[in-house]
Design a binder for this molecule. Structure first.
Ligand code: BGC
Length: 973
């Protein structure tokens, strides 16, 4: 939830926000023409004002000799009057545009002319494909000054050759734009005006179908799936939701037909902050009951009798797909049980900076791991009948100035790192995607044609709908850039004004936004609802009030917990990584133990004493912000340890005052073991805890932890450290202290945190958790730091200069030795690896043979709608087999990991491309099978805009971490 309204900086950027290449699709077009003030409005008006005259072109290519601007541009007056200088087209050179070739029309913008002197009319479809003075798509800023003159030269491709050779009598120069510069727009309530640095491209996408690579279902390969019936965990089956989406679309289209424009607008516009019982609400329309949207990625927020699950980061640390799927299913059951339609999770940002405040909500710093966790979570949530929301799309990697930062990312990095988990969510049939607060390459993520229309709906073939993050919408025209739902509906929380609502109705009424776009928005939202079967007559009604838990009239206190605590406890244990063990763990009926540190204790104000968990004075089992849920109870380590002590006859002492190290020493002195519990917290930007405004100020552990550990180790030579941390922390102050005999990395474990850690400490659960990020020796070893600076009204630039080299890729490439590498985690037993072999998986169907052969020959995958999620690209294509043996004397789980090595030294040296979990009794051997798809082996080709097989040999390693390779070989590609 956003508490401070986003500041609207009027950075006078003249921007062209088109992506590298438009998708090849007959019905698509994109006018990516935009500027700081009037141009987006102009261009949108243009699109709808003038009908296509492609017939004229087909008979005789006509020169574009005149161009017309509609005189009925609805919001022009308000825009121009509020703009410091009237910006409008001043001249457009006449250029002949033959149908059969490409041509350029030089277009000039001038700030000195307040009316259109040479009006232009574009028919839709028309494409300005990223043409900024014929330079690359990367040059997006033409002018930093609102008063300067810039010109663009827009190449017009022959495939979109329906540029209007307008015979429409052009309105007189003064009668066009200037005619609408006076008078107040009656349809705007006064606050929803289109001002500010809009970079809205105009597009009219009609996405027809989810890609179907195989014309017929193929048993055990492409399986017709419904959300209720996903492929089992670990199977080779590739879910094919095409038919389920098609069925849902049919129902949605039928329902949409009967709606009026205001009714459609109701479907796409939230009712406004706190105007409903959920964190986001859509009002009922006719028989359709509306929607309840509720946080969070780890359980149902703002209610009671719910389970507080481990955070995403700890689910990811298990590297265990079954547990991640089960967590998703159980969360889905709870959301549904409370009457929620959409769960606002999973969160899949990438942990680009180790200090990122919300990293713990996500699945770590590797796109493959995050993608696998996203895939299982979405399949799980949706199999329980809940619409999942993949968030935050995209590049929302730091909390500092999250509404005023432009993440500047190159196209390959965007695809291979940041889009990757969203791609997997789309493959899992995710119903909804939440666009983020930040800008991406100078365009707000919620009005970003490139990321929403081209990448998400185009390349990924996403058929659900895009909702804004809370208050992340910045214009009415965001509709044409791909936004489908405004959340929570008002411009700033509680403002009572909306970019949509009546403003959207007006824009559709006067054809600024095409009817077809509104229909598409509504259809997507309704289709997602049908897709999840939420039209079932007995769908539970909302039974809680997110804004007033104590109101008896609106809280039925429905208990949805069942026995979900069991998987909470198990994930808490399975997500714990054993980082150091001098043979002291597991504990075995110790005579006595000292429990040291505030992180072992109950929170002083109760488990939910800090609103949205914005405080930390006991066991840390959740970060803070909207990504939280209320704890029904919270088992602290001291409670769980005492239960165990009672069983074992162990004496217990404790000391929770971290800053009183002398007291801690007395408490620990003479005990068989001293277990020191420490933590590091972070969260969402609207709450500041101990000076940390969301992001972490540093990577040190909190509350004097380093001194506390060393002080205890001074008096006790069996000091065991347990860390509950939201992300990487620097451990150098004590990690090599010989009296620190063991270290457990226990993550963000949820309501059973104490029980989970006791299970591991005593060996009831043999640790198998793995680090989902690198723990460095120094903060400066990481490839990227949070970007600071900027005045209150500035939009800062966050350049992603590290590119593909996030986390371990950077350490590997730069030869930096981390303290603990990505994928690292020990066990109480040992494992031996042997007998690596790999082979090509024989295809039994012939439908995608050509595509597969083309890929093998080095041709990038076709740049078509849904091209990146095409089934053939993701089917298992290669298989790697090897044996793992438990060579110790206790049962345990191992997480073998497969890394791919590029022969190209400019590429990241190792990439995670597979993992498995295997449970072995002492002496037992199992053959592990990991499959790879063609997508897994591909790189994103920025020229072709497709997935391409790199040349050279595919070297692979299999081992226990990103640096502990046990076997190596090649793939027969
Ligand atoms: C957060 C989202 C959350 C929403 C609703 C926003 O501030 O960024 O993750 O779902 O609020 O609470």
């Amino acid at each position: 939830m956003l508490l401070s309204p986003p500041l609207r900086a009027v950075a006078a950027l003249l921007a062209v926000a088109a992506g590298p290449l438009p998708l090849v699709h007959a019905a698509q077009s994109a006018v990516s023409l935009s500027s700081s003030f009037s141009v987006p409005v102009l261009s949108s008006a243009l699109s709808s004002a003038i009908p296509p005259v492609s017939s004229a072109l087909s008979s005789a290519p006509a020169p574009v000799s005149s161009v017309a601007v509609s005189s009925s541009v609805p919001v022009l007056s308000s825009v121009l009057s509020s703009a410091p200088a009237s910006v409008s087209f001043s001249s457009i050179a006449s250029t002949a545009v033959p149908v059969s070739s490409s041509a350029s029309i030089p277009i000039s913008f001038s700030s000195t002319v307040s009316s259109v002197s040479t009006p232009i009319s574009f028919s839709t479809p028309f494409s300005f494909s990223s043409g900024v003075s014929a330079s690359s798509a990367a040059s997006k800023t033409l002018s930093a000054s609102s008063a300067s003159i810039a010109s663009i030269s827009a190449p017009i491709s022959a495939s979109n050759a329906s540029v209007s050779a307008s015979t429409t009598a052009p309105p007189s120069a003064s009668g066009s734009a200037s005619a609408s510069t006076t008078g107040s727009p009656s349809f705007n309530s006064g606050t929803g005006l289109e001002t500010g640095p809009l970079t809205i491209p105009l597009s009219e996408y009609t996405f027809s179908s989810f890609p179907v690579a195989s014309s017929t279902p193929i048993p055990k390969v492409f399986v017709p799936s419904t959300p209720a019936n996903p492929p089992p965990v670990g199977s080779d089956e590739i879910p094919d939701f095409a038919q389920a989406w098609a069925d849902a679309y049919e129902k949605a289209e039928a329902f949409t037909l009967g709606l009026s424009i205001p009714e459609k607008v109701t479907v796409v516009t939230g009712v406004g902050w706190e105007n409903g019982r959920c964190v986001g609400n859509v009002a009922a329309v006719g028989e359709w009951p509306g929607l309840c949207l509720e946080d969070s990625p780890l359980g149902v927020r703002d209610t009671d009798f719910n389970t507080a699950f481990p955070a995403g980061i700890t689910a990811a640390s298990t590297f265990n797909r079954s547990l991640i799927r089960t967590r998703g299913i159980f969360m889905g059951q709870e959301f549904k049980g409370k009457g929620v339609n959409l769960a606002l999770g999973p969160m899949m940002n990438m942990g680009r900076v180790a200090q990122g405040g919300r990293n713990w909500e996500g699945f770590g710093a590797d796109p493959f791991l995050s993608g696998a966790a996203a895939y299982e979570t979405v399949l799980g949530l949706q199999s329980a009948g809940i619409q999942a929301t993949a968030k935050h799309f995209i590049n929302n990697e730091q909390e500092y100035k999250r509404t005023q930062e432009s993440s500047d990312v190159d196209d390959r990095t965007e695809h291979e790192i940041y889009v990757a988990p969203f791609l997997q969510a789309v493959r899992a049939g995710v119903a909804s995607v939440m666009c983020s607060y930040n800008l991406v390459n100078d365009t707000y993520a919620c009005e970003n044609n490139r990321t929403l229309n081209q990448i998400l709906k185009g390349e990924l073939g996403f058929r659900g709908f895009v909702m804004s993050d809370w208050g992340a919408q910045h214009s009415t025209l965001s509709a044409v850039a791909g936004l489908d739902m405004s959340m929570p509906g008002d411009i700033t929380l509680g403002s009572g004004t909306s970019w949509w609502g009546p403003n959207l109705t007006s824009f559709v009424d006067n054809a600024t936004i095409p009817d077809s776009r509104l229909d598409d928005m509504v259809t997507r939202i309704l289709a997602s609802w049908y897709f999840l079967g939420q039209d079932e007559p007995n769908y539970p009604p909302v039974s809680f009030n997110a804004f007033n838990n104590n109101d008896p009239a609106t809280n039925q206190h429905v208990d949805v917990q069942q026995d979900h605590f069991t998987v909470v406890r198990e994930i808490g244990a399975a997500g714990t990584a054993l980082l150091k063990n001098n043979g002291v763990l597991p504990l075995n009926k110790p005579k006595n133990i000292a429990i040291i540190g505030s992180d072992a204790a109950d929170a002083s104000m109760g488990p939910n004493g800090f609103a949205d968990r914005g405080g930390d004075d006991g066991i840390l089992a959740m970060g803070w912000g909207s990504g939280t849920a209320n704890f029904p109870y919270l088992i602290s380590p001291v409670n769980a340890l005492q239960d165990r002590a009672r069983q074992d006859g162990t004496d217990v002492n404790w000391w929770f005052l971290n800053f009183n190290t002398a007291g801690a020493q007395s408490a620990a002195f003479g005990f068989e073991a001293a277990i020191v519990f420490v933590n590091a917290d972070s969260g969402e930007q609207y709450i500041t805890v101990d000076g940390n405004a969301g992001d972490r100020n540093n990577l040190t552990l909190w509350y004097n932890a380093d001194n506390l550990i060393n002080a205890v180790a001074e008096v006790n030579n069996n000091t065991i450290v347990v860390v509950h941390s939201v992300g990487p922390s620097i451990l150098e102050a004590w990690i090599e202290n010989p009296n620190v005999t063991a270290v457990l990395w226990a993550g963000i474990a949820g309501q059973e945190a104490g029980n989970s850690i006791v299970d591991v400490l005593y060996g009831d659960f043999n640790p198998s958790g793995r680090l989902p990020y690198t723990i460095a020796k120094s903060p400066s070893d990481y490839p990227a730091q949070p970007t600071g600076g900027g005045g209150p009204n500035d939009i800062i630039s966050v350049p992603y200069t590290e590119g593909l080299f996030i986390d371990y890729r950077h350490f590997d490439a730069q030869n930096i030795t981390p303290r603990f590498e990505f994928g690292f985690g020990l066990s109480y037993t040992t494992f031996a690896y042997s007998n690596l072999r790999s082979s090509k998986i024989t295809q039994t169907d012939r439908d995608s043979t050509q595509l597969e052969q083309a890929w093998a020959a080095g041709t990038p995958s076709p740049n078509v709608e849904g091209g990146s999620t095409a089934l053939w690209l993701h089917r298992p294509a290669f298989e790697v087999l090897f044996d793992v043996k438990n060579t110790g004397d206790v049962a345990g789980g191992e997480i073998p990991q497969l890394y791919l090595h590029s022969p190209d030294t400019t590429e990241p040296p190792s990439l995670l491309r597979g993992f498995a979990d295997v449970l072995l009794s002492p002496g037992e051997t199992q053959t592990v099978r990991i499959t790879l798809s063609r997508y897994d082996l591909s790189v994103w080709d920025i020229d072709a805009q497709g997935w391409r097989k790199p040349s050279g040999t595919f070297q692979i390693s299999v081992g226990a971490s990103s640096r502990d390779f046990r076997l190596s070989g090649t793939l027969p590609v």
